[in-house]
Design a protein around this ligand. Sequence first.
Ligand code: ADP
Length: 502
Amino acid sequence: MKTSQFILALDQGTTSSRAIIFDHNGTIKQVSQKEFKQIYPKPGWVEHDANEIWESQLQVLKDCVKEAGISDDAINAIGITNQRETTIIWNRETGKPIHNAIVWQDRRTAGYCDTLKAAGKAEMIQNKTGLVVDAYFSGTKIKWILDNVDGARALADNGKLAFGTVDSWLLWNLTGGKVHVTDVTNASRTMIYNIRELKWDNELLELLDIPASILPEVRSSSEVYGNVTTDVLGGDIPISGIAGDQQSALFGQMCTRVGMAKSTYGTGCFLMMNTGEYVVKSTNNLLSTIAWQVNGVTQYALEGSVFVGGAVIQWLRDGIGILDDASDSEAIAMEVEDNGGVYFVPALTGLGAPHWDAYARGTIIGITRGTNRAHLTRAAIESICYQVNDVVRAMEADTGRSLAELRVDGGAVANNLLLQFQADILRTGVARPTILETTALGAAYLAGLATGYWSSMDEIASQWGLDKKFEPSMEEEKARAYTAEWDRAVGRSKMWIQEEKS
Ligand code: ADP
């Protein structure tokens, strides 16, 4: 290993492709980013042009190395992290996709998922995959493409088609079509992968009518999968780390021991807790998933997502115009001592984990003549914390352990008031690290571990640096009273649109 070298992480997200170069200390040397087109063919359908995903990713990869002013062979290895579940099927001979990528947000297979549930398949699917039956995951999207693209089934039967999540698609292209592989974390989001037996599940493949011939080989999250072609970068540069975005962030936050958890505060909030070498089956509406497989050891995680997190602040800005900028929210909320009895349940698109109520709608309750925009802003910030608290409580109930510390990242963690209130409500320390690009960092770490650029997980763990720790300072009784009020407000928001119809 040459310490003069760098690791390149490719972070292929839902709205943009990014490339980030990290040095041996895990600090960022260079970032490049390019947005790409979102395609909405019908209400509820979301697609990407798979070629544009690849081209934008290749472009930022090249830009990043160029702008960093380093030679190609100063890149020791490449790691990939990606938007999860998004489904691409391409022709193995031509390398051309046979349909646009169907994005994780796409709901076109919701009806088919209802049929699976009505047929009593949910329990079996949860036992094998750790997932709830939902259009979100890749399996039913694969079936949709095979059923709806002319000639697709015949091509698949002749072994001519390849399926991949975005990691596989990038790897295939980076290696000039030589490698058709995915990693366990991405496989665990397809709803056709058995997370206990660590293999594609024949019963599920049969149920969804998916031929095994189209599937990528499933490998660990940290190993050399292949080298990039010379069209991409000069030199024999290996691609040696892959993980889905949330798993990669968990690794970048170095939540490597049982019970450690992270929460990413972006548009939504994405929580993951490491459950060690065992699958914890949730009885509180969370997902069980593979955290990563490194050095032959598979670790699992519990996952819960909040649909509207930082987006509630965007709504204050764009929806009702009481903020000019998201970053003003903290100062405005500080104009008042507390929420003045106002609770805001931002169920703008229903409620995610652990409530899972598609019929819930946004509710602002407790408004009086004395309520002003500062109370409303404060209630919005607090709502993010209450929702995260609800997911953490579900994780604690499923695992029977209490959380020792929550590691946080994402755009909204710039807000100190938010993180202090989070600690107050959780009754647990909230730790904000110095490097907030944890998703890309996780992929870099996975890649660099495989090539010996970093020697061990212990060496990497020592790089995790604390920017600021928020400790609970509010009296416990007060926090409990607030949470009880929040629970009452959530109750009012639930099943709203169904009530309206009946
Ligand atoms: P994503 O990756 O989902 O696009 P980011 O991690 O970039 O999201 O975070 C952006 C989100 O964080 C936005 O929803 C924005 O409203 C919110 N946000 C940004 N700054 C603040 C702040 N200071 N306080 C509260 N929320 C904020």
